[in-house]
Design a protein around this ligand. Structure first.
Ligand SMILES: Cc1cc2nc3c(=O)[nH]c(=O)nc-3n(C[C@H](O)[C@H](O)[C@H](O)COP(=O)(O)OP(=O)(O)OC[C@H]3O[C@@H](n4cnc5c(N)ncnc54)[C@H](O)[C@@H]3O)c2cc1C
Length: 310
């Protein structure tokens, strides 16, 4: 195999994003982009260059241990200049194990990847998104690529090269898999997010915001205290540094003070509007529109206007 940049993710959608990232690095480093699959090829995974299929244990659920070991064995032989892994929870585990096994560097959560021909470069947001750090690592390098930072590759897949790396067993066994209850919130793809903060006085009052979200064809999010401390909403509703990163068309922050840990998770929203009783709340600094007022008066007023329009 000639000089190559590999892309791998256990997640099909993320795999297509990482394929685009690999194509960019490959262009900058005069290499070819290769999408790696383990155990089986997935039809939905597009590869701008070609695919490398590493034969693995027959299970469709490749554990991080097997993925890291398979990638390590193949890399030792085929010597890619860079291995890009999607920065999912599993991907982070794979990348760290892989870099340690290969004894090479790993840059994490990067976007805007590139190369000067000798090293892998990228940008990473730090200090809750207030600063962008430019990072680099000499080839060969591993990187975890920020999910959502690249468009999904739609190029049809090229040739598939197969390789048996001799990983036959898996010390980790999947015991069971349970689907999340229907109706679980999908904040990442929501166009409108109505987000609740500590300004909401009681759990029952969330129904008012949930109703507003439904009327706006949106989803209900929240600040961390509402899920982590009070347990009023499941953790997948919590937006911010330690929660979900979102970028809806409209983010409506209701009773949220706007601490930087929260803003870090919603600052890429197209339009931000806030409702807060405190005119000096930092959330207004991160907003395009703001209403200084009591949410218990403002929210019913908005709902009234929406009802009059339908
Ligand atoms: C390591 C670390 C990680 C963290 N990660 C996250 C994270 O990912 N996401 C996150 O959200 N937080 C996170 N936090 C917590 C964060 O620092 C804040 O404490 C939190 O965001 C505050 O939530 P809040 O704005 O809902 O509550 P508060 O800060 O208590 O603000 C409540 C706001 O509601 C307003 N208000 C009160 N009554 C009304 C009313 N009737 N009508 C309108 N407005 C009203 C108040 O003026 C105030 O501005 C983290 C903290 C740490 C230390």
């Amino acid at each position: 195999m000639s000089r190559s940049v590999w892309a791998y993710s256990e997640n099909e959608i993320v795999s297509n994003e990482i394929a685009s990232a690999a194509a960019e690095v490959a262009r900058a480093s005069s290499a070819e982009a290769v999408v790696v699959e383990i155990g089986r090829t997935r039809e939905g995974v597009r590869a701008p260059g070609g695919k490398l299929l590493l034969k693995g244990p027959p299970s469709p659920d490749v554990s991080p241990e097997v993925a890291a070991e398979s990638l390590c064995r193949a890399a030792k032989e085929l010597q890619p200049v860079a291995i890009l892994v999607g920065a999912t929870r599993t991907g982070r585990e794979i990348a760290s194990k892989l870099a340690a096994k290969l004894r090479i560097g790993c840059i994490s959560e990067v976007a805007k990847l590139g190369s000067d021909g000798q090293s892998l470069t990228g940008e990473r947001s730090v200090f809750a998104g207030r600063v962008v750090a430019k990072v680099g690592c000499p080839f060969p390098a591993v990187a975890t690529v920020k999910v959502g930072s690249y468009p999904r590759s739609e190029t049809a897949s090229g040739a598939v090269q197969e390789k048996d790396v001799g990983v036959v067993g898996d010390a980790v066994r999947l015991v069971s898999r349970e689907k999340k209850a229907a109706g679980a919130v999908d904040l990442k793809s929501a166009k409108v997010i109505v987000s609740a903060g500590r300004g909401v006085k009681k759990k029952e009052d969330l129904a008012m915001l949930e109703d507003l979200a439904a009327k706006m064809h949106g989803a209900l999010g929240c600040s961390r205290p509402l899920s982590a401390d009070l347990g009023w909403l499941p953790e997948e509703h919590h937006i911010g540094l330690t929660g979900v990163n979102v970028k809806p068309d409209l983010y409506l922050a209701i009773g949220i003070s706007g601490q930087l840990q929260h803003v870090a998770g919603m600052k890429d929203s197209k339009v931000v509007a806030s409702i807060n009783t405190d005119k000096d709340a930092p959330m207004f600094q991160a907003s395009d529109y703001g209403i200084v007022g009591d949410l218990y008066q403002v929210v019913p007023a908005i709902k009234k206007v929406l009802a009059a329009r339908t």
